[in-house]
Every structure is written in C-alpha cells, then in structure tokens.
Design a protein around this ligand. Structure first.
Ligand SMILES: [Zn+2]
Length: 325
C-alpha cells in the first residue's frame, strides 16, 4: 500500500509532517529540519507502522539519509511514542527536558507502581472504588503505542540546539507536562509550540501524581513568557500554524480565569471532593479517559485556587477536600 504523506515546507528547510494518531481521529504535527543529507526531527508521533513509515518516507523524499537528532516537546504518546524506534544506540540522539525523563519508566515500562499510585490518587479525590479501578488500569493501553528511548541530552531549558540549519532556543514551558518545551528561533520568529499553545483546543492542564504541584500557575506563566518573545508564527503540534499569539493566549488565559471563578463558586461552604466538583462542572461522562481528564483539570484549578488563598484545601490519609476559605 502506498503511504500518502502530508508534508509541507513551513520555513526555509523546515517541513511539517502530519501524522495519524491511532485510536483517535486527530493528527499530530511533527517537524523535519533538513541539512544536506541529514535531518533532525521535532516530535515523532506514536509508535505505529503507519506513522513511522510516514516519517521514513518523508525523510527519503527530502533526501535525508540519516536522522541525526530527535527532540521531543514532551513524553505524551503522540509526541514521544516512536522515540525508541528512531533514537538510541546507532540511531538518532534524543533530546528531551530532564523533568520528562523520570516519567517514562513508570508510565510506559513498569506500570504497576503508577497504576497503584493513580488508583490511590483517584480514591482520595472522591472517585468511587469500582471506577477508580477501571480508570487507573486504562493507562496500560498507552504502553502499546510507545517505545521509549534513553535521552542522549537532558535539557534544563534556555539552551540553543541546532535543528537542521536552524539554531533554536529551548523554552521550558511546564504545565501540560512537567518538562514540556517549546523551541523558538529569534531571527525568524518561529515558535514550535508543541501542546503549549494550540489554535483550537485548550491543552489539558491536570494535577496528578506525575504533574508539577501547581501546574496551572506554571502553565499561565509559560504563556506570558511566550507572548513576551513576540513570535511571528506559531507552529503547534495539533491544528494549523497561526500568527496572532497574543489573541490566542488572551483567549486561553480568560478561559482559565473563568473556570477558576466557576470552580470557586461550585465549591461553596460545604467540603467537597474534586470528583464532586468535576461532576457538577462537566456532568457525568461515559468515556473513562474524559472522566480522568476532567478530574485532573478540575484539580489543577482547585490547587491554583488554594495556592492563591481563594479556597481551603484539607487532607487526611483518606480524603482530599476543598471548601471556601
Ligand atoms: Zn500532550
């Protein structure tokens, strides 16, 4: 079967390749940077035959015989999944932020500990036992589309890395994932935004066992920093490139501010769990994945409200509760 690939040049020697995401109807955009007969890649899609073949095909079409570097914005399956196929001994060098590194093993290799950790996290946040069991086990499926690789370079943020013939600045933008990075080129104003700034969706910002402790504040601060860079063109990992970063960031920030107000109001005087808040806010959901995302997203907002002193968070070994302060 001939593989049709969606490849387009978005800047001099920079090509956007749109890859399918198995089990979902969306696409993930990865970027190929060419340099003679070598190439570098930003993000790599899931580890499925269809997706990996599309990458090889694109490299061939661009005259690249060797993949030199693979940089990943974060370790979610659609960005990092094929890392182990493309990078490692004798293959490309993998570059990733160091806060992503410790997340890989528990998430994709040794799942038992994380499954138990997530089950406990769901229970203390008010999720009924049977649902907590199912939701915590649902993450096992992800390890099938991810083949991990060891990083050759662990980034702190603020480095310059060469991608193709471009020198890009690493922008550490935690929130969606603890070690999420964007890549920015000052001369051209190109911002490779990963999942940090998407044109249509508000990226999921969740508090969970693998997140930073206050991911919403982290995320909002990262948005401000990216606006300050004044990028001319934002190249997101999902959706089409866009120019007006200020308008998009304004919309994302006001969305979160509205949601913070809404959640503060829902919490009220009586103690509530995050699960009760999520159910009131989003209503009952059938899809387990959506339920978990709703809980995590609700928790990120609750935590930000507690950090700002707008809510009171109380904890015991059995339960985490929230109420008006
Ligand atoms: Zn992601």
């Amino acid at each position: 079967m001939a593989i049709e690939i969606a490849l387009s040049e978005v800047a001099d020697g920079v090509f956007e390749l749109r890859l399918p995401i198995p089990f979902e109807d969306g696409l993930v955009n990865v970027f190929v940077f060419t340099d003679g007969d070598e190439a570098d890649l930003l993000d790599c899609g899931m580890n499925s035959d269809e997706s990996v073949d599309a990458i090889y095909k694109a490299l061939e079409q661009l005259g690249a015989r060797r993949l030199r570097r693979l940089a990943v914005t974060h370790i979610h399956p659609d960005h990092y999944g094929a890392a182990g196929t493309l990078a490692g001994e004798g293959r490309a060098d993998l570059y990733m932020h160091r806060l992503e590194v410790p997340l890989v093993h528990p998430r994709y290799v040794e799942l038992e500990h994380l499954v138990e950790q997530v089950r406990h996290y769901l229970l203390i946040n008010g999720v009924p036992g049977d649902e907590a069991e199912i939701i915590s086990n649902s993450q096992r499926a992800l390890s099938q589309v991810v083949k991990p690789a060891e990083p050759a370079v662990q980034l702190d943020g603020a480095e310059f890395i060469d991608m193709g013939r471009h020198s890009l600045h690493v922008e550490w933008t935690p929130g969606h994932s603890p070690g999420h990075i964007c890549l920015y080129e000052e001369g051209t104003g190109l911002l490779f935004a990963g999942d940090h700034i998407l044109p249509e969706l508000s990226p999921n910002i969740g508090l969970h066992p693998q997140s930073t402790p206050d991911p919403l504040h982290d995320y909002l601060q990262g948005l401000e920093r990216m606006v300050d860079r004044k990028p001319k063109l934002v190249l997101p990992a999902h959706g089409r490139p866009f120019a007006d970063v200020t308008a998009r960031v304004d919309a994302l920030v006001s969305h979160h501010h509205r949601r913070l107000d809404q959640i503060q109001e829902i919490v009220g005087r009586d103690k509530k769990t995050a699960w009760q808040v999520a159910l009131e806010l989003w209503g009952p959901r059938d899809n387990l994945y959506e339920k978990r995302l709703a809980l995590q997203e609700g928790l990120a907002h609750l935590q930000a409200l507690a950090v700002d002193g707008r809510l009171r968070k109380s904890v015991t070994p059995e339960l985490v509760c929230w109420q008006q302060s």
